[in-house]
Every structure is written in C-alpha cells, then in structure tokens.
Design a protein around this ligand. Structure first.
Ligand SMILES: Cc1cc2nc3c(=O)[nH]c(=O)nc-3n(C[C@H](O)[C@H](O)[C@H](O)COP(=O)(O)OP(=O)(O)OC[C@H]3O[C@@H](n4cnc5c(N)ncnc54)[C@H](O)[C@@H]3O)c2cc1C
Ligand SMILES: NC(=O)c1ccc[n+]([C@@H]2O[C@H](COP(=O)([O-])OP(=O)(O)OC[C@H]3O[C@@H](n4cnc5c(N)ncnc54)[C@H](O)[C@@H]3O)[C@@H](O)[C@H]2O)c1
Length: 476
C-alpha cells in the first residue's frame, strides 16, 4: 500500500545543498520533507570535501613547516599514516550520519530515507529501503538536490578492473604503494598531492599541458613543479587508452594511447563529474533523464514554476559553498513565492538571484602550493568580452611571505575591468593562499572601485601585502 503525505516543500537529496534548502525553507515557517537514499550530509561529508581535506591538512602543514628555518629539521620524518587515516575517519564520523540526522530533526524537517523520484507535477515518490512506496506532495515547491557522481570514461577494461574514483580515494583504508591518477583537475591534483605525501609512488597522467586547466596557467605550473619535486611523475599530454587488472587483487596496468604500459597497485580516475539525474523521474515532468538541469538565477528549472534544481545537479559551480549559497537563494525564493510576494528581487545581486555563480565563484584547491581564485581568469574574462588588464605579482616579494616560508614561491594575478575600474578576478597561488581569498571575494562581489581599494591597507607583515603591490603595479 502506498502512503501519502503533504508538505509545503519536498527536497530530494540531503547533501550540504539539500540540507540548506530545507533549513532556509523551515526558517520561513514552511513544512519540509527531505529525502535521502544514502547518508545525510551527502558526498561532501563522506567522500569529498571533508575526508580529502583531512588527508591534505597534514601534508600542507608539513610542507609549510619544512620551509621555516629553525623548524625544518624537526619535520623531516614521514607522516604518521595510520594517524592521518584515523583523523580522516573521524572527520567522516566513520561514515555514519547520526549527527546530521539529529541536525535535520533539530530544524524540524521530516527525513524520509529512500530513493526519491519525481512522479509528475509537485509529487515525489520514495522507495524506502524496506521496499515501501511513499508519495510526498508539495504544496509549493520540489527542490532536486541530488548532486553528482564521478564520471569514468568507458575505456576498454575499466569496468572490470576495480578502478578508484573519488569515493575510494577519499575513503581507502590503505595507501597503495603505486598509484596512477588519470586526470589533473581539482580532484586529481589534490589526491596526487595527498597520496604522494602519504607514501605512494604517484604517476599523474594529464591529457593537456598542465594540471588545473580551468585556472590561471601559472597555478597549474606551480602545482606540477611541486608534485615533481615531491617525487611524483607528472606526465603531460598523456591519455589512458585501456586498463587491465591481474586477477582481483593483483596489480593494475594502465595502457597509454602510445601503447606504453604503467603498472600500479591502484588507478584513480579523476576525470570529472556526471549528474545524478538518470533515475529521478525527470521523464514524468517532461525533462530528459541523465542531464544536468538548467535553472534561472532563482534556481528554478526552466519551464517549471514549482521545480528547483540546486547544487551540483545544475552544473553552475560544483562546489559546496556555492551550492549552499544557491540553497539560501532558492530557499528564500521558495518562501517568498509561497507567501505570494508579488515581485522577487531577481535583479543582479538581488536577494533572489545567485549572481555570484556568474561573477564571483570562489575556489580553493588544497594542493602544495594552495591555489585560490575568485571570478574569471584572464582568458575567461576576455572570452566573455570584457576589456580587462591582468596585473601579476610575485607573492614571495612581500615581507609577510618571506617570513611565512624560506624561499616562498607564489604568484598572484589580478584581473581589472578597465571600463568599470574594478577587480573582476583574482588568483593567488602560494603557501597560505586559501586564507587570502575572502579579501578578493569581497572586492569582486562588492565591485569595490580600485580607488577605494587603495584605502584598504594590508597589515604588515602579512602575505596580504601582495594587494598593495598589485594596486601599485596597476596605478603606476
Ligand atoms: C574528492 C572531492 C573533493 C571535493 N572537495 C571540495 C572542497 O574542498 N570544497 C568544495 O567546496 N567542494 C568540494 N567538492 C565538491 C563538493 O563535494 C560538491 O560540490 C558538493 O558535495 C555538492 O553538494 P550537493 O548537495 O549538490 O550534492 P551531494 O553532496 O552529491 O549530495 C547529493 C545527495 O543526494 C542524494 N541523492 C541522490 N539521488 C537521490 C535520490 N534519487 N533520492 C534520494 N537521495 C538522492 C545523495 O545520496 C547525496 O546524499 C569536492 C568534490 C570531490 C569529488
Ligand atoms: N578544493 C575544491 O574546491 C575541490 C576539490 C575537489 C573537487 N572539487 C570540485 O569537484 C568537481 C569535480 O572535480 P574533478 O577533478 O573530478 O573534475 P574537473 O572537471 O575539475 O577535472 C577533470 C579533469 O579530467 C580531465 N579528463 C576528463 N576526461 C579525461 C580522460 N578520458 N582522460 C584524461 N583526462 C580526462 C579533464 O581534462 C579535467 O582536467 C570540480 O568541479 C571541482 O570544483 C572541488
């Protein structure tokens, strides 16, 4: 027998984004059901942000410490791998979601465990783990927050070779002796950095000319140099053509397009993401299964006034903080529409428009060195038709950087919109760069005029003084 329940809002997927849509809608007094088929907290908590950063934190801290005179000698030893893995396990709560379930209960939303599928307008069917069917009807809105999964290319041999994706790389109880990483986007670069420092002999296969192809070229070059210096083999213009595993437990061989064979204990495919939308009932509302969902700036799916798609699933910016930002915008828009507010603030930078998704996406890549960026790169800004100037600065040239690390190597690039005299993009690549980024995010999202930034005086002696050098270089 099918159970039926009614709520103001039904959220499908309790990752960080679904949780935040639910929270925002609850704060506005709406009743909310949230459906989850795996663990409440989603990819980010268990197989992405948290475990990967727990693996990387000691790696980066040691790399930084090794550059400090007087401290260097004390940190020459290997990492305590069991302790690092145990800390990673603690950050994932050992892949248990009790704490997050408590949080959902605390905000007063109803959690429905099971696989959710749209079942026509404003309806979601849930197949519970016990095989029951529950139909949830939404009075106002359904928010699809089902996220993304690893996209692995269908190369010969891949299906039966037990290859790693980001899930295995972030949850493995062992550090393989030899690891081939295919793909050097964010996941590939971070996991190559982590595993090389944890004791694997890493070979990084890059299809193009450098890691992190979506970022300023110098960033990827610095990361490639550091990986090579750490002992990894970084191979550019190299593509995997097939994979072979010797038995179930034996070594794995990656065959390159040139025919060359590389043997390893594990191979990680870090080759991008695919939408989790193939089995969520999109066909019942006239949409095509398996696609990313296109949305407007209030996160509403094109052509459906009750359907929202928030977070990775809309492919605007596959980052937890951007997804949570979208969730705040979507939750507020759902609440305003439910209350019959006649006119939403959907103009650029309005309360109901996720404008930062276009103009001020922030990202920190936790490699050694860290890479932090906001807004477009030079190439992206030019492609968007902006009249811009790039200003570059050696981050190592400021006193704060010299104190931070002996021989500090890093570079910053500021992208100035020449017509509006504002900073539209910034990239910092260097030790400690991640914590610098929010200053640039404020400048970019605030569209602060360069003349006013001149009065934002960076404290001495911090790495932030690179701001002053950039502004001096721009103003002449
Ligand atoms: C290795 C790695 C490291 C990362 N590190 C960072 C980082 O440091 N910083 C950062 O900002 N971003 C990082 N990301 C990206 C980040 O993980 C994602 O952007 C974020 O998890 C997206 O959140 P989401 O809620 O949209 O989707 P998800 O976290 O994928 O959550 C979706 C949820 O929906 C559930 N679900 C799916 N289908 C259904 C269904 N039919 N019914 C019910 N439930 C369903 C899933 O089980 C899941 O719990 C990383 C990604 C990876 C792979
Ligand atoms: N610190 C962070 O913020 C963080 C960390 C990890 C992941 N993420 C997010 O997760 C998302 C997924 O990361 P990702 O690294 O999987 O994707 P990505 O799109 O960043 O990189 C995938 C890389 O794989 C390459 N590639 C694709 N197919 C290939 C093939 N057949 N052979 C060789 N190379 C191939 C691509 O050229 C690309 O460089 C990203 O959007 C990222 O923003 C963020």
């Amino acid at each position: 027998m099918t159970e039926a329940m009614e709520y103001d809002v039904v959220v499908v997927g309790a990752g960080p984004v679904g949780e935040n849509v639910a929270d925002r809608a609850r704060s506005a007094g709406l009743s909310v059901a949230i459906v989850e088929s795996e663990l409440v907290g989603g990819e980010c908590s268990y197989w992405a942000c948290m475990p990967s950063k727990a693996l990387l934190r000691p790696v980066i801290a040691r790399a930084d410490a090794r550059k400090v005179p007087g401290l260097r000698a004390a940190v020459q030893g290997p990492l305590d791998v069991p302790a690092v893995l145990a800390n990673r396990d603690a950050f994932t709560s050992n892949w248990k979601d009790d704490g997050q379930v408590e949080w959902v209960n605390g905000i007063g939303a109803d959690l429905h465990r099971g696989h959710g599928r749209l079942a026509g307008t404003k309806r979601v069917g849930v197949t519970t783990p016990e095989g029951r069917e529950v139909v949830l009807t939404a009075r106002h809105a359904v928010a699809v927050c089902t996220g993304s999964r690893a996209a692995v290319p269908g190369l010969p041999g891949v299906a039966g070779a037990g290859v790693w994706t980001s899930r295995e790389a972030t949850s493995s109880p062992r550090v393989p002796d030899r690891l081939v990483v295919v793909g050097a986007g964010v996941v590939g670069s971070e996991m190559a950095t982590a595993y090389q420092a944890l004791g694997s002999k890493v070979t990084l296969l890059i299809r193009g000319g450098r890691p992190l192809p979506g970022m300023e070229p110098f960033a990827g070059e610095l990361v490639a140099d550091a990986l090579t210096e750490a002992g990894a083999v970084v191979r550019t213009n190299s593509s995997a053509a097939s994979v072979e595993r010797d038995g179930d437990e034996g070594p794995v061989t990656v065959v390159l397009e040139t025919g060359e064979r590389i043997e390893a204990d594990e191979v990680l495919f870090a080759t991008g993401r695919a939408p989790r939308s193939e089995d969520i009932g999109l066909e019942t509302v006239g949409l095509t299964p398996g696609q990313w969902l296109d949305v407007d700036d209030s996160l509403r799916v094109d052509g459906h006034d009750w359907l929202y798609a928030v977070g990775d699933i809309n492919h605007r910016a596959l980052l937890t903080h951007q997804g949570k930002y979208q969730a705040r915008v979507a939750g507020d828009a759902i609440a305003a529409r439910a209350q019959g507010v006649p006119l939403l603030e959907t103009d650029r930078w309005g309360m109901h428009a996720a404008t930062a998704d276009h103009a001020a996406v922030t990202q920190v890549v936790f490699t050694d060195p860290e890479v932090a960026s906001v807004g477009p790169t030079l190439e992206q800004a030019e492609r968007a038709g902006l009249r811009v100037r790039a200003v570059d600065q050696d981050m190592g040239a400021v006193a704060g950087a010299a104190l931070y690390a002996d021989g500090y190597t890093g570079r910053a690039r500021m992208i100035v919109d020449l017509d509006r005299e504002i900073v539209v993009g910034m990239t910092f690549a260097g030790p400690g760069a991640g914590e610098l980024l929010q200053s640039a995010a404020v400048a970019v999202a605030g569209e602060v005029p360069i003349d006013r930034l001149w009065h934002a005086v960076p404290p001495y002696p911090t790495i932030s003084e690179v701001w002053l050098r950039l502004l001096e270089a721009y103003r002449g």
